[in-house]
Design a binder for this molecule. Sequence first.
Ligand SMILES: Cc1cc2nc3c(=O)[nH]c(=O)nc-3n(C[C@H](O)[C@H](O)[C@H](O)COP(=O)(O)O)c2cc1C
Length: 335
Amino acid sequence: MTENSPRTYAADALTTDRYSWLAAAGGAAPSLHNSQPWHFRATEDRHGLLVCQDPSRAVPVTDPMGRALHVSIGAALLNIRVAAASLGLETRLRLLPDPTRPDLVAALTFDQPTPGIGPHPDAALYPAIAQRHSSRRPFTNRDVPERLVGELIVVADREGVVLAMLEEAETRRVLALTTEAERRTAADVTREAETRSWVHLEAPAADGIPAEALGPLDRDARVPVRSFTGHPPHGAPASARFEPLPQLATFTTAHDDRTAWVRTGMALERVWLLATLNDVHGSVLHQAVEWPDTRWQLRDPETGPGYVQIILRLGYGPPGAATPRRPVTEILQID
Ligand SMILES: Cc1cc2nc3c(=O)[nH]c(=O)nc-3n(C[C@H](O)[C@H](O)[C@H](O)COP(=O)(O)O)c2cc1C
């Protein structure tokens, strides 16, 4: 991935408008508590983009290792790759290219495709970047079609991540672990305070979660959605009846390092965008991944060793509300 492929030759230097297009797409990615822990810098030659972490936007109590931070940045990277494809550009990606610069998560170089080779297939995902929102409301009982599940597995695999759509017994096991993790989080004053600090119920903000994006809790306590406003919740919609058996997809990697985390984010966003194009909504159930022992137990005994990185609940139902994003001028630097 570090060499020019036969599909490409060097593109013209990128204009400020093009950089803004790429940064806006990156900034629209999902992130833990909408923390948006990224920063983008144009390369001096204007043919590339450096994607860095912004440690001032970490969520240290919930995410002490920076695992979710890297997943979030991975999702931003995927969006940038898709936005580049929508501009007719090919992207070369180097993950963690410089061991002396731990803040640098990825270096992207943009090339022109060889004439006549046709648009990159990722361009088709571009409209879904703006349409995708976390949907925390109850879904219907309608199954995600097998055909689409198969495609989601394939696109996650392209990023080196194993997606599994859970069967009923496995779903119930994962829900029980998530319920236990949510219970523990509720009892942890520091975690609750940290989560609450990212929820902005009254004053508008450029990050975090606004009231419109919150969902109800499950009246039957089957689907343990995160309560962002404490226990009992404050300012969230009243409880509601959720789908009896949610459709859960787990994302698993063979290793548990920064590369695996970033790849998980790219797979998550690729899957979520493709689902969005097919009118399937999603929301993340992350609580069980945030406690070492529940995370360990998430591993599917059938599929063997591996590290569960994230869980996505998929289904049909009401779309989620848009959440705010920091302006491009704050996340993009062009010297
Ligand atoms: C690593 C990670 C963990 C997340 N955990 C949760 C979660 O446990 N519950 C939830 O409702 N949303 C979760 N989210 C979704 C974010 O809250 C959401 O992406 C963010 O608020 C922006 O909203 P949007 O997805 O609608 O753009 C998570 C997202 C990421 C990337």
